[in-house]
Each structure stands twice: as C-alpha cells, then as structure tokens.
Design a protein around this ligand. Sequence first.
Ligand SMILES: NC(=O)c1ccc[n+]([C@@H]2O[C@H](COP(=O)([O-])OP(=O)(O)OC[C@H]3O[C@@H](n4cnc5c(N)ncnc54)[C@H](O)[C@@H]3O)[C@@H](O)[C@H]2O)c1
Length: 367
Amino acid sequence: MTSDIISPKELSQMDPVFGQASFDDHEQIVFCNDKDTGLKAIIGIHNTVLGPALGGTRMWKYANEWEALNDVLRLSRGMTFKSAITGLNLGGGKAVIIGDAKTDKTPELMSRFGEFVNSLGGKYITAEDVGMTTEDMDIVRNVTPYVTGISESKGGAGNPSPITAYGVFMGMKAAAKFQYGSDVLEDKNIYVQGIGHVGEALVEHLVNEGANVTIADINQERLEEVRSKYGVTIYGGSDIYSEPMDIYAPCALGATINDKTINRLKAKIVAGAANNQLEEENRHGKILQERGIVYAPDFLINAGGIINVYAELENYDKQEIMRKTENIYNTTLEILDNAKVNNITTHTAALNIARERIETRKRENSK
Ligand SMILES: NC(=O)c1ccc[n+]([C@@H]2O[C@H](COP(=O)([O-])OP(=O)(O)OC[C@H]3O[C@@H](n4cnc5c(N)ncnc54)[C@H](O)[C@@H]3O)[C@@H](O)[C@H]2O)c1
C-alpha cells in the first residue's frame, strides 16, 4: 500500500496527522478503538461540500499506523474527486481497519465498526473495499443506515464490477475517439492486465466489439477460464509494457505506470480500472503527455462502481445507472479535449474540473 511509495521511516518523521504526506485539508479523521473486539480503525472524511463522504472500508495488514493513516488520507481524497467529476452529490471518505481480513475479522468487530460509522450521523457512508464482502456490509447495516453495497435481497444495488467495467469500456472508447478519430475498437490490440471481477467483464465488451484482446494475470486458472470463455490470447512473455499494442488496460494493481515502466510503454492509450495507476500523478502524467500516450484518468473512468452505490441511496433503477455510466464517454472526451487545449495533463484537467465543481457548490452554499 502506501509504503510501496513512501517508507515507514519517512512517514514517521512527519507530523502525526496534519503533517502527513497525504494530508490534503481533510475535514475530519476519526480513530476508532475497541478493546473487546480488537477493532482498530481510522475513518477519513476528506470533503463534504457536495454531500456525505462516501467510500469503502478497507481491511489490510498495515505494517504500522503511519501506513494505515496515509492510506485512508490518500483514498478518501481520491473519493472526493471521483464523485465530483462524475457529477454525484457525494463527498469523499474512506475507512481502514488495521488487521488481517482472513484471520482478524469477526461479526462482532464489524458490528462495532458499524457503531462507529453510525456515531458520525451520516457524515460518512461506508461501502465495500479490499478485504470486505457484501455479508460484512449486511452486518454493518444491522447497526447503522449509513452503509451501501449491501445484498440485493436487503435492498442493495448488488455487484458493482460489471458497471465499473462498462464505464471503463466507455472511457476507453472516448480515448480511442480522441487518439484515432474513431471510437470503434474493432481490430485494436488491447492488453488487459488483471482479469478479476472488472477485467473479465471488460474483456467481454472488448471481444463483442471485435478487438484483439490479450490477457495477463498472476492466476493461471483464471487465465485459462477467461481464454476458454472468450477465445482471447494469454500473454506468455515477461515484459508486458514493451509489447507493441494500441491500448493498455491496467485492471489489477495501482502504480503500474512508474519510472521502471513508463519509457518502455508502446501503447497509444492507457485506460483501465485500477485505482492510482500513475505512481506519481503529476510527473508520470506529464511524461505520458510528452510521449503522446493518451491517459484516460482512472478515477474518472472507473466511477461505475460509485454510480452503482449512489443508485442505492437515490433509488435509481438499472436504466438510470447505465445512462449515468455511459456518460463517462462524454466526460472523458471533454477532459481529453480540455487537456489538449490548455496543454496540461489529462489527470490535472480532470482534477481541475472536479475542484471547480466543489468550489462552485461551496460558493452557492455560503450564499
Ligand atoms: N470492483 C469495482 O467495481 C472497482 C471499482 C473501481 C476500481 N476498481 C479497481 O479495479 C481493479 C480491479 O478490481 P477487481 O474488483 O476486478 O479486483 P479483483 O481482485 O477481482 O481482480 C484483480 C485481478 O488482478 C490479478 N492480479 C493481481 N496482481 C497482478 C499482477 N501483478 N499482474 C497481473 N494480474 C494481477 C488478480 O489475480 C485478479 O485476477 C482494482 O485495482 C480495484 O481497486 C474496482
């Protein structure tokens, strides 16, 4: 997690909270402790100008508290901009639980966590993230209404991954329109790295469109399964970044665009589902721009999941969810054009529009 980029030693030399590397004027940070269940959690509320801070809960074996705090600061900030750029009336928040989801998670711990969420009176609304399941959210729902991503049988919106994949597909088509003058992906060579919940659903869209899809994953079984289902090619090499391709779709881990990979990249477009694809947003965004590689900002094109969750709060039907997700195409094109006109990176263009929306609402709210 965060310590991949900043060492725990460096983190511990910064001021405990307000001086942390990822602190960005967060409104509220709540430390939660419960001796009986062993719960140690941090809830980060970055910004609530547009609405309640919504973002998932991540349970992870953080090496130390610094790492957990930085992760929640970074992730909650990301949620603010993701919701703002998508036009949702939501702020940005996130929670982390320190521990191993496989061995430390109990129904009692989740229930106690839910009580802490409830104590914030709706300022923070939680959802699923790494280490969490729909069943965990159902437990949280027993003690607070401020949770989304619960089972469909309990009124939830269900699995967000197919919607996320559809949004990524829309963003990718918009990037193709911008780069090649046509959004048709037929015969384009597309590499999908990570064929999990989102990656597989993306592969299906791409295959239906007639693209030449190559898949990569560390899980051999998944590779065979997806190949036999869609007739795609499994990547057999050891340096995916250097492969000649039209589009690189990172759908596994973050930070795959980094100093080691960026100059090897042959793709003309980067568009995928993974969060935080650029290890260093500004510097790596700039290098992609200079190399003529179109980068569809991750937090914009992977917003289908949050749209799905928002639907649960607003009682949208499936049609409305799909319509809003399809609109990622228009927003992506708008941002790519904006970046070109202003000679800034696409990441910065997206951030500027998100920030502007928040500032406008702030001004309206203060009238
Ligand atoms: N699920 C959603 O709705 C959603 C929404 C927004 C963003 N995302 C992001 O999209 C990405 C994929 O999400 P998901 O739900 O499909 O996750 P997942 O866990 O279902 O799938 C991830 C896949 O990546 C593979 N993988 C892991 N490390 C790899 C590596 N080094 N090289 C190649 N493959 C590797 C895993 O084996 C797995 O098949 C994540 O970064 C997630 O944060 C997901």
